[in-house]
Design a protein around this ligand. Structure first.
Ligand code: GDP
Ligand code: GDP
Length: 454
């Protein structure tokens, strides 16, 4: 479908460039029949017939991915929000209110053949208070005859009226240019992510076997860098070839030349761990399979999750694990790893080389999840079913509503839920768990953020 085609286009054009851009949100408001759905479809580049007059369709899919002029944004058709209908004017004003609170910019659509009614005047009063940019589209300007009339819409105090014909496409490009100009340029989180070998942090408490593994990997497989061999300066990173790919193990200098426990060694070890995690895209957290999980292990795991990096758990020294230890581990890990049930576990021995070749596939899976984005339409289709089946718990007598959701970012995948009320942590975790059941994301943290309308 064209929906899929658009998402494919976004994926293709955006993959590297837009990787870390949060997607700004544009909400479209207006009275029924002014042509909002037609305009939304025009912007999305679809036939208007797709949405029109199909009951439930706009309700289920209120948010869409739009793309124009190299920018992508989330387009929200507020027709689907259906604020409590206590009179048209009040309900459109309420729509505008929600739009102002949740979106980054608002587009008010009116019917130029009718002009500004008392409803538009009321809505304009609401929107003039907005700190967010507001655009005004005068729709159904199918030919020049109505152009003169649209000038009178300046009096709404919302700036320049944009005459368009959603039906025929007239001037919709100009409107889109204005929309793009009005939307905030999203902040860039990780400016430095670039092509080249994927970056891996090999971390874990002292003596867990990090140097042994690195030596094993660089010894058995071919170590690409030691191109600086012969110099006294260690390269900060090691390039290691694993399973047909080259990987950059970041910040490994300290691993090769072991600085033995001087004063503050633990502090420096922890600092090194933090630096390596920040510089990496995926972390291999090494755990000692022969020993119970320690506080130190959990601190390292927390660092990875908080930094939003993807993760592989390597249980090292598997050669020392016997039957008894295996049994003990099962319970221990259920408790110890509650924060990262989504991480893949690989049982290895850096000493014997057991299963170390399973690391590369696990790294690939984790990175794939880290890079994955669920298209907005698909996300909302799934979410509206989930919420219909299990609505958020009532808090102080109120039932929070989830208006729509979008996956605003990747690396790590980040969902933003637009709601009418606070969602408790338990319910957010529920959503995350169901999201993973449906869409996967093995090996990557997933963030669930909530934007609440006051
Ligand atoms: P919504 O209720 O605001 O979403 O309005 P719709 O998109 O469902 O449109 C309402 C009616 O107006 C439909 O019959 C459309 O075909 C018609 N319409 C929408 N845009 C235009 C336009 O630019 N020109 C004309 N002449 N009719 C339009
Ligand atoms: P690091 O401090 O994390 O870099 O740990 P090292 O690689 O220096 O290893 C610490 C000790 O554990 C060394 O004596 C290693 O020989 C030993 N070791 C590392 N990996 C294994 C393993 O898989 N099995 C066993 N039995 N010993 C290991």
């Amino acid at each position: 479908s064209e929906f899929a085609a658009l998402d494919a286009q976004i994926e293709a054009e955006g993959a590297a460039e837009q990787a870390n851009l949060a997607q700004p949100v544009l909400a479209v408001v207006g009275r029924p029949n002014v042509g909002k759905s037609t305009l939304v479809n025009r912007i999305l580049g679809r036939r208007e017939a797709v949405v029109q007059d199909v009951p439930g369709v706009t309700r289920d899919r209120v948010a869409y991915d739009a793309y124009w002029g190299g920018r992508r944004f989330t387009l929200v058709d507020t027709g689907g929000w259906e604020p409590d209908a206590t009179g048209l004017q009040a309900s459109v004003a309420a729509q505008a209110e929600i739009a102002m609170q949740t979106a980054d910019a608002v587009l008010l659509v009116l019917d130029a053949t009718v002009g500004a009614t008392t409803t538009e005047e009321a809505v304009a009063r609401v929107l003039r208070r907005s700190k967010k940019p507001v655009l005004l589209a005068a729709n159904k300007v199918d030919d020049d005859r109505l152009l003169a009339d649209t000038a009178s819409l300046w009096r709404l105090g919302l700036g320049e009226p944009h005459p368009v014909s959603a039906l025929h496409g007239r001037s919709s490009g100009d409107l889109l240019d204005a929309i793009i100009a009005a939307l905030p340029t999203a902040p860039r989180e990780l400016g430095s992510v670039s092509a080249g070998p994927r970056r891996v942090a090999l971390v874990g408490k002292p003596n867990v076997g990090k140097s042994s593994l690195l030596n094993k990997l660089s010894g058995e497989e071919r170590s690409v860098v030691d191109s600086v061999a012969g110099t006294t300066v260690d390269p900060v990173d090691s390039l290691v070839e694993l399973d047909g790919d080259t990987w950059r193990f970041v910040d490994t200098a300290g691993l090769r030349k072991r600085v033995n426990s001087a004063n503050g060694a633990e502090y420096y070890a922890s600092l090194r761990t933090k630096t390596a995690i920040d510089a990496a895209e995926v972390a291999i957290v090494m755990l000692d399979a022969a020993e119970p999980l320690s506080e130190q292990d959990l601190r390292v795991l927390t660092m990875v999750v908080e930094a939003g990096r993807s993760l592989v758990l390597a249980f090292n020294k598997w050669d020392l694990v016997d039957e008894d230890r295996r049994h003990a581990m099962v319970r221990e890990l259920d408790r110890g790893l509650v924060r990262v049930p989504w991480a893949e576990k690989v049982n290895i021995s850096a000493l014997t080389g057991r299963s170390v070749r399973k690391l590369a596939p696990a790294l690939r899976t984790a990175l794939k999840s880290w890079d994955q984005r669920v298209p907005t339409g698909q996300l909302n289709g799934w979410l509206s079913d989930l919420i219909a089946a299990t609505p958020p718990p009532v808090r102080s007598g109120k039932q929070p509503k989830v208006l729509f959701a979008t996956q605003a970012g990747i690396r790590p995948p980040t969902l933003v839920l637009f709601t009418t009320g606070f969602l408790e942590a338990g319910y957010r975790r529920f959503i995350e768990r169901k999201f993973r059941e449906r869409f996967g994301f093995e090996g990557s943290p997933v963030r669930v953020n909530v934007r609440v309308r006051e």
